[in-house]
Design a protein around this ligand. Structure first.
Ligand code: MG
Length: 216
């Protein structure tokens, strides 16, 4: 793995996209819109845990015809973002804290939805899609065993190798997320801002309210 320059004093916020920055899950919306039949079949299997995210999300995305990619970007551009995002990034800038977007979705959709704000992130990490074939093909630099984007691999790029205990030597980072796909990142983070599903999952796993987990 290639690590970015590791500075132990670096302060970073790692923020999920779908359901966290974007009010809706833009990836699921795109799959429902552009591959409705496969989405209707695969989504229940994902919810039932019959399929891993790595396998199921790949099936969903790779069922979308490449010629619909432009329309997907249009759909993403129309999606509402949480109010206050731009002020939040301004605040982080003033405090000298870097803002990194880490998404299990498609980078192009994330960038389209963020619009001008995309340039304010020091990094946007997500899966890429190859549009040269008849259907989209997933390309993920951070593919893990169970997810197409293993968010801890992204965190490691910035903070170095995880400690044997699961955390990192750098204690100056924050994870923000909304769901189980943020759980590994949240469990390793010294401070977490979690929407309800993630807060519940983190509490279930740690056997009670984690001291660093804050509801948002
Ligand atoms: Mg999410």
């Amino acid at each position: 793995m290639t690590y970015f320059s590791i500075d132990p004093d670096r302060r970073i916020v790692f923020c999920d996209f779908d359901g966290t920055i974007a009010c809706n899950d833009v990836l699921v919306l795109a799959c429902e819109t552009f591959a409705p039949d496969v989405t209707a079949r695969v989504m229940p299997q994902l919810y039932n845990l019959e399929l891993s995210l790595r396998v199921g999300v790949r099936q969903l995305v790779e069922a979308i015809p490449s010629d619909r990619y432009g329309a997907m970007l249009e759909l993403a551009r129309s999606q509402p973002l949480r109010p206050g995002l731009s002020q939040f990034i301004d605040f982080l800038d003033e405090q000298g804290v870097e803002f990194v977007v880490v998404s299990g979705g498609i980078r192009g959709l994330v960038e389209a939805a963020l619009g001008d704000l995309a340039d304010r992130a020091v990094g946007i990490h997500a899966m890429d899609v190859d549009t040269t074939g008849e259907y989209l093909a997933v390309r993920s630099e951070f593919e893990g065993e169970v997810e197409l984007v293993d968010k801890l691999q992204v965190v490691s790029r910035y903070l170095g190798k995880p400690l044997p205990t699961g955390g990192f030597t750098n204690a100056n980072w924050v994870a923000i997320g909304d769901s189980v796909t943020d759980l590994n990142m949240a469990m390793a983070a010294p401070t977490v801002f979690a929407r309800s599903r993630l807060k519940q999952s983190a509490e279930d796993l740690s056997g009670g309210a984690g001291s660093g987990v804050h509801a948002v």
